[in-house]
Design a protein around this ligand. Structure first.
Ligand code: GLC
Length: 587
């Protein structure tokens, strides 16, 4: 095992050395710029709005999200009120444009004072626990530790994981505390620039760490950061998701604070470019999806997700769209063109080949095989006999989802939470597909949500299949951990997806369920069982992202304008793409 230790100089001076040349103001206020190419959101408008004082809304009677019209929600946070609209219109691009995160108006203190909001007793506990998890580097907070469970051996849970920090970061941004997020983004950026080697092999320059830890030397009074790029992870796999989350978080920070100077820094622009080079480089691919090793994302152990896992494809899409809005045209112009092409191809591929609903399942069931040539309907030569029995019972007439994986002669029909929720948030899913995913939640509540939101995947692999696919992994036995276990952290993504699709009642139901147990159980990492009724057999307590995920869900539901930092509206150009499955070769 190699570990990379360094004493970092991440002072603004060190990192911003080239910033003064970046002419950020000129760019964002200039005539040629100001458009968020990723989400169609006009940054100039955003900046204008950000600089005006924004009043804290005072609602005389506590109303629910259903009762409040979206225009009320938006105009309460913005200077120019809009005509009344129903909550449904949250789906429209115009509305997402208005959904600016209001952290700028938040007051200090924990949790943020909010007159219209009766805080649940769990909220104060959660904030306290979240603050306890802060990790400092040279007296500055730079992240949150994965878990603070005193009763268990810490293993690598004493580290700051990039993906685990995302809900913490969103909670801090929503609470008007962006500094920790900025520190985190800058520190991980420095870690990216380290040479990464496993045995005799050097990893790509753009790879972001899965996690890092800070070692304090009280005698020498130095702090040291040690990063893990996969060289000490189970299975030695590099995290493909870390770089994507980094870009997504950079956009969330920019959107929430209105501060473009961070993303404009030459180092941040370079960091983004390096991440993108890794996944946009030419190779032997015939698909626009990203080919990955097993365990390269949230599911970080062998679980049969090698190939083109949905989680990575959704994050890839979201990161591409986020980068599009953050990259400065000048030197990045060619990259922007490549991003556009990839986004187009990726959305077509995903919407056409990963999408499964009752009709599509029936089509696959009737597929002919061995079709050769461009006219083939069954493009990947999937043998209908390989469709697992459970999916026929699981698939409702109303509803659908993006399946786990599609590659030659293989469709993994499992449902995965992150991939589907992020597909909604990034608008990789069409509006129709997004509502079908929400329909599936309602139709299959017991299976996907059960007693503890939310299953990471469905269904569990059992028996011989479990043996072969997981390599007999004792942590991933059926209905446990990554193998269809229930992860409270996923609540924030579900809530965001509910708000984006105008279905807040679904999130409210899930939150009510979580509030019955999560704090009493000591904020476990995951739950086991078909219904998620049992605290996971090896679950850590005081798992930070379970805590932060709850806070983010609550804050979003209370103030849906937070969605702006993590949601992207539909790109109309992509919607126009013809989705005739057999016509993809027709020019
Ligand atoms: C587990 C999870 C992984 C997470 C880590 C720290 O390994 O699978 O996604 O980042 O714990 O919480």
């Amino acid at each position: 095992m190699y570990s990379y230790s360094l004493t970092l100089d991440t002072s603004p001076e060190a990192l911003g050395r080239t910033t003064s040349n970046s002419n950020s103001d000129a760019y964002y206020n200039g005539a040629a710029a100001g458009e968020d190419g990723g989400g169609g959101i006009d940054f100039r408008k955003l900046l204008e709005l950000r600089t005006r004082p924004i009043p804290i809304p005072i609602a005389p009677i506590r109303t629910t999200l259903d009762e409040r019209s979206l225009s009320e929600i938006i105009s309460s946070g913005l200077a120019s009120p809009r005509p009344p609209r129903t909550l449904e219109s949250v789906k429209s691009s115009e509305c997402l444009e208005g959904l600016l995160s209001p952290s700028i108006r938040s007051s200090a203190g924990t949790p943020r004072d909010h007159p219209s909001f009766e805080p649940h007793p769990m909220i104060a506990d959660a904030w306290e626990a979240l603050r306890r998890s802060l990790v400092y580097f040279r007296a500055q907070p730079v992240g949150t530790i994965a878990a603070m469970d005193p009763s268990e051996e810490s293993l690598n849970y004493n580290q700051v994981f990039v993906r685990d920090f995302v809900p913490s970061a969103l909670a801090f941004l929503m609470n008007g505390e962006p500094d920790i997020v900025k520190n985190f983004l800058l520190k991980t950026l420095r870690l990216q620039s380290i040479e990464k080697r496993i045995d005799c092999f050097t990893l790509g320059e753009g790879v972001m760490p899965a996690s890092f830890k800070v070692l304090h030397d009280p005698l020498r009074k130095t702090d040291t950061m040690i990063a893990d790029f996969g060289e000490s992870a189970i299975g030695r796999v590099a995290p493909v998701d870390s770089g994507f989350w980094w870009i997504i978080l950079l956009r969330a920070y920019t959107k929430s604070t209105g501060d473009h100077s961070l993303a404009d820094m030459a180092d941040c622009q370079r960091g983004m470019r390096l991440i993108l080079e890794l996944c946009l480089s030419d190779g032997f691919d015939t698909f626009p999806t990203l080919l990955c090793a097993d365990g390269c994302c949230m599911v970080d152990r062998r679980m049969g997700i090698y190939g083109y896992p949905i989680e990575i494809q959704s994050l890839f899409f979201m990161a591409l769209r986020s980068a599009k809005s953050l990259l400065k045209p000048g030197e990045g112009i060619q990259l922007l063109e490549r991003i556009d092409k990839r986004l187009h191809a990726l959305s077509f591929h995903m919407r056409a080949y990963f999408w499964l609903d009752h009709t599509q399942l029936n089509n696959i069931y009737r597929y002919k095989t061995e079709e050769y040539s461009h006219t083939a309907v069954n493009k990947f030569n999937v043998i209908p006999d390989s469709i697992p029995n459970w999916v026929f019972d699981f698939m409702p007439i109303k509803g659908g989802y993006f399946i786990g994986n599609v590659s030659p002669a293989r469709m993994d029909f499992r449902w995965f939470a992150i991939g589907n929720c992020m597909a909604i948030l990034s608008s990789l899913a069409t509006p129709e597909q997004s509502s079908a995913i929400m329909d599936l939640f309602e139709e299959r509540w017991e299976e996907l949500v059960g007693e503890m939101p939310l299953k990471v995947s469905y269904p569990a692999l059992e028996g011989n299949e479990w043996r072969i696919v997981t390599g007999c992994d004792p942590k991933n036995t059926r209905w446990s951990y990554h193998n269809a276990g229930s992860w409270p952290v996923l609540l924030w993504m579900l809530t965001a997806a509910c708000i984006k699709t105008g279905r807040p009642q679904i999130a409210r139901r899930a939150i009510e369920q979580i509030e019955k147990r999560l704090s009493k159980d000591g904020w476990p990492e995951y739950y086991d069982g078909k219904l998620g009724r049992y605290i996971g057999k090896q679950a850590r307590k005081f798992q930070t992202w379970s805590i932060a995920g709850y806070l983010v869900a609550k804050m979003m539901l209370e103030d849906p304008s937070h969605l702006g930092m993590i949601g992207l509206e539909e790109d109309k150009k992509m919607t126009k793409t013809c989705l005739t499955r057999s016509a993809s070769w027709t020019v």
